[in-house]
Write a protein that binds this ligand. Structure first.
Ligand code: 5GP
Ligand code: ZN
Length: 136
């Protein structure tokens, strides 16, 4: 897609620090890292988000994520890692080409991604019932 930054990275018209390339997937460093080594894993083909990503690409992206995570542990001494995917703008997706963030983590790095809350009484069962019904 012509106006997509990540498609331009795939085609080489926008420079990037590439880390790993497989048949259908590319991994490169995020330009604004949470920590050094923060990597983006994308399908070479333009897909907007998880919902239009074919299963084979999703699987290949997962395999690449594992390789990146291992190398972040080995080379940058990450003690853990987060794999994060923002889907659609309400969830914080800014670049509308599907991508997984692989973020190296360190003991006591102080990052907390999402604040959590609790259910009001009865609401957990009600929401569970609604979702099960929609899925059946
Ligand atoms: P999103 O919020 O869409 O999940 O994240 C998009 C990510 O892409 C951001 O973390 C941002 O720093 C990164 N990014 C945006 N444009 C570029 C670019 O041109 N090159 C690289 N390497 N990363 C980019
Ligand atoms: Zn694209």
């Amino acid at each position: 897609m012509r106006d997509c930054a990540f498609c331009r990275i795939v085609s080489g018209t926008l420079p990037s620090e590439k880390i790993l390339e497989t048949q259908n997937v590319l991994a490169f460093l995020d330009i604004a890292p949470v920590h050094y080594g923060h990597t983006l894993v994308i399908p070479k083909k333009h897909c907007e988000n998880l919902l239009d990503l074919p299963d084979n690409l999703w699987g290949e992206m997962g395999q690449v994520c594992r390789k990146i995570a291992r190398v972040l542990q080995k080379v940058l001494y990450a003690r853990g890692f987060n794999v994060v995917m923002n889907n659609l703008s309400a969830a914080g997706q800014v670049v509308m080409h599907a991508h997984l963030h692989v973020i190296p983590r360190y003991t006591s790095d102080g990052l907390q991604f999402f604040p959590q809350e609790s259910y009001h009484p009865g609401d957990m069962a009600r929401v569970g019932q609604q979702l099960r019904q929609a899925l059946s």
